[in-house]
Design a protein around this ligand. Structure first.
Ligand SMILES: O=C(O)[C@@H](O)C(=O)COP(=O)(O)O
Ligand SMILES: [Zn+2]
Length: 215
């Protein structure tokens, strides 16, 4: 895919996430790896109204070289993409249900929601670490996110929102959507005797379909 096609896809998928309520206002940000650097959504931009020509471009050292000023969450995206060299994109949202889980679960926990459905395992995986609260944009979050991303393709920032990676931008958006729907299901079933997938069923899915998020 050319850089121009990637920019157009970012605009299209940002708008799609926004129109379906996965993000509101100027919340959330997206980063895509390129052969010669990274594309990142500009700070204070709405994912619903991105402009392809104004998307921020960073060089391989994460220095801003073109477009509008990048998201203040460069550290978050850098932490994930350096920990996961096979990952092609990172999506951060404030999607309501995943964020609610991030307000309920204990930081340090890595299974804040049960694996209720196969697609959760296939898109998000066995582990979903909950990262302790950091102020948005705080560079101090980078080390903890980097460490968590080495063993998980997605995580939830406590009292903030989900951070999801995947092999491609499209895969990453699908995973972020699946995480939000799984979080919704977990909240709907809270306090009920819901049947989660067994360890054997989870192992079977990961063996057949492979780990999500590019390994
Ligand atoms: O929660 C925040 O402030 C950021 O993580 C965010 O979602 C939007 O920040 P920008 O990407 O800098 O607009
Ligand atoms: Zn945020």
């Amino acid at each position: 895919m050319t850089e121009a096609q990637t920019r157009d896809l970012l605009v299209e998928l940002g708008a799609s996430l926004f129109q379906r309520g996965y993000c509101v206002g100027s919340a959330g940000n997206i980063c895509v790896r390129l052969p010669d650097g990274y594309l990142m959504t500009p700070t204070n931009s709405s994912l619903g109204r991105l402009r392809a020509d104004r998307i921020s471009k960073l060089d391989p050292d994460w220095t801003h070289i073109a477009g509008d000023a990048p998201s203040k969450e460069v550290f978050m995206h850098r932490a994930v993409l350096t920990a996961r060299p096979q990952a092609g994109a990172v999506v951060h949202l404030h999607s309501t249900c995943a964020t609610a889980i991030g307000c309920l679960a204990q930081p340090g926990c890595d299974q804040p929601i049960a694996a209720l459905t196969p697609y959760f395992v296939m898109r998000v995986g066995r582990r979903l670490p909950v990262i302790r609260y950091y102020r948005p944009g705080d560079s101090a979050m980078e080390a903890e996110i980097h460490a968590a991303a080495q063993g998980a393709s997605a995580m939830i920032l406590a009292n903030h929102g989900p951070v999801v990676s995947g092999k491609t931008l499209t895969d990453t958006v699908y995973a972020a959507e699946e995480l939000e729907e799984s979080a919704k299901l977990a909240l709907m079933l809270r306090g009920m005797q819901a049947r989660a997938l067994s360890a054997d069923q989870i192992d079977d899915l990961l063996q057949v379909y492979g780990p999500p998020g590019a390994g």
